[in-house]
Design a protein. Sequence first.
Length: 102
Amino acid sequence: MITITPAAAEQIRKSAQQNKTQGMALRIAATRNQDNSIHYGMGFDDAKENDTVISSTQIKVIVSADSAELLKNTVVDFVELEPDKFEFIFMNPNDPDYKQPE
């Protein structure tokens, strides 16, 4: 369903440690915007009824039933977009703005 790259997993663990949320799962959410693009959100949370819980690169990930279809086959990575500017990116084949790597 969702793949967390090793670079993203490392940053997620660092964030959990800094925010004292070790042991909590990472919730990833997605909603479709009016222009058909997808908006993403992430945060540490506890699982709720009807959530899907998976593990990727030793990161426990929670996805709500509403977000599951939008996030199908998504890869989350942590990359340097500009010198010294790192961000999480979502490589999602369900997003019309996503361009498959060649």
